[in-house]
Design a protein around this ligand. Structure first.
Ligand code: 6PG
Length: 466
């Protein structure tokens, strides 16, 4: 039987790693690159796997060598270069062929490109690939959006190269066009929130409780052996174990505190708001990155107002319980956006399968995801993760801990944007009657916007209009 065959254009870090993974799993791979010299270099580095890979000097060569219906992965920036690539290849492809964008793309672009290719009887797939270079090489988690026909061709290939969770390949088709890229975007939003939350707790332990960097790393290592187990917790513990060779200073102290961002966290927030949602923990994480970039301003404000903070020795168990509850809320916010988008775009996203394929290979893999998948398969009240019976003890124990952490941190002068957002979200959502009656009154007062009453049907105005 002939092995499944795929073309891959773009031999950057992720593309090269993916090509090697494909070859190793018995997929015949044809590769090409914008600068052809990179193909030769890649083939030299591929070692014995080069036998299963065919390098081409041009896109034409790559496309001509593929059996139809063709599968062509483009591992190039999902912005203008992707449109330029499509401009080039559309005429060379045959009806039924599929182009796969395996980068982080704005799902609106993916939807637009799917429409464009459909006009030529071609398929466009948005494939979210998570796990960084290591994942791409040895097993990523993959979120596919595209036609059923494309999935039929891709499934046997992607299940081979995906990360496995207890034998279950971490890849699924979530719907047509932009569904996969949307799920990946929200994955990254959760990634931002989780990273920021860990950084906040690091700050409290190191500068509040005065523990040295290695001790904080050890605490994280301990948590990683328990209910907070996750890839991000694990790598943070490892990062904190490094010292700078010549100075023996904690390595993290030598890194400028300005966080980069390529945009996926921001997209999550923008889409959440567009969908009438608000993922405040993700927003807080995006804000924290943006504020981190304002280094000069922060230094100026420190000079003017001082940066004093009081000592704050928080119990390690208390922090662990607080973080676990906050992590449930952070995933809950992510899944709320997914549910809203699913309704809006009629994708029928399956939250159980999303949680399942996030259990291995991706950056937000975490022990909690087993329970999240379980909670969604049981159907939590109102579809809300934080109401799931299996999380009730986590929330009952964790929320008082979260409250203590956030209030004591605030009193002592520590900023906890994500942990505070978690607590606020919880406190808003557990009030059957909130403050919006007064907002409605204000709106009616200045703009005659009208409101509903608690005791009568209809649209009303206040006595201020009589
Ligand atoms: C992944 C990561 C990956 C990448 C982020 C980083 O799932 O493998 O999310 O996609 O590391 O895009 O994003 P920022 O540069 O915005 O932090």
């Amino acid at each position: 039987m002939t092995p499944p065959t795929i073309g891959l254009y773009g031999l950057g870090t992720m593309g090269a790693a993916l090509a090697l993974n494909l070859a190793e799993k018995g997929v015949r791979v044809h590769v090409a690159n914008r600068t052809p010299s990179a193909v030769l270099r890649f083939m030299e580095k591929a070692g014995p796997l080069a036998e299963k890979i065919e390098g081409h000097q041009s896109v034409e060569g790559l496309i001509a060598a593929l059996p139809t219906p063709r599968l062509v992965v483009a591992m190039i920036p999902s912005t203008a270069p992707m449109d330029a690539f499509l401009d080039e290849v559309i005429a060379q492809l045959a009806p039924g062929d599929t182009v796969i964008d395996a980068g982080n793309a704005d799902f609106h672009d993916t939807r637009r490109r799917a429409v464009r290719l459909a006009e030529h009887d071609l398929h466009f797939v948005g494939l979210g690939v998570s796990g960084g270079e290591e994942g791409a090489r040895n097993g990523p988690s993959m979120m596919m959006g595209g036609s059923a026909e494309s999935w039929a061709g891709l499934e046997p290939i992607l299940t081979r190269i995906a990360a496995q969770h207890e034998g279950d390949p971490c890849v699924a088709r979530f719907g047509p066009d932009g569904a996969g890229h949307f799920v990946k975007t929200v994955h990254n939003g959760i990634e931002y929130a989780d990273m920021q939350m860990i950084a906040e707790v690091y700050d409290l332990l190191r500068f509040g409780a005065g523990r040295d960097v290695r001790a904080v790393g050890k605490i994280f290592e301990g948590w990683n052996a328990g209910r907070l187990e996750s890839y991000l917790m694990e790598i943070t513990a490892t990062v904190l174990s490094y010292a700078d060779a010549p100075t023996n200073l904690p390595f993290v102290d030598l890194i400028e505190d300005r966080a980069g961002q390529k945009g996926t966290g921001r997209w999550t927030v923008i889409e959440a708001v567009r969908l009438g949602q608000s993922a405040t923990m993700i927003e807080a994480a995006v804000a924290a990155r943006a504020w981190s970039a304002e280094k000069g301003l922060r230094a100026r404000a420190e000079e003017t107002f001082g940066a004093d903070r009081a000592a704050l020795d928080l119990d390690v168990g208390l922090l662990e319980r607080a973080m676990l509850a906050a992590r449930v809320l952070e995933y809950a916010q992510g899944f709320r956006i997914l549910a809203a988008a699913s309704d809006q775009y009629d994708w029928r996203l399956d939250p159980v399968r999303i949680a399942e394929i996030w259990r291995a290979g991706c950056i937000i893999r975490a022990r909690l995801l087993d329970d999240i998948a379980g909670a969604f398969s049981e159907g939590p009240p109102e579809g809300q993760l934080f109401l799931a019976p299996r999380f009730s003890s986590v929330m009952m124990e964790g929320i008082p801990a979260l409250r203590e952490v956030v209030t004591r941190a605030a009193e002592a002068g520590y900023a906890t944007p994500v942990l505070s957002a978690a607590l606020t979200f919880w406190d808003v959502m557990r009030q059957g009657r909130g403050t919006a009656a007064l907002i409605q009154a204000q709106r009616d007062f200045f703009g005659r916007h009208g409101f509903e009453r608690t005791d009568q049907e209809g649209d009303f105005h206040g006595p201020w209009w009589r």
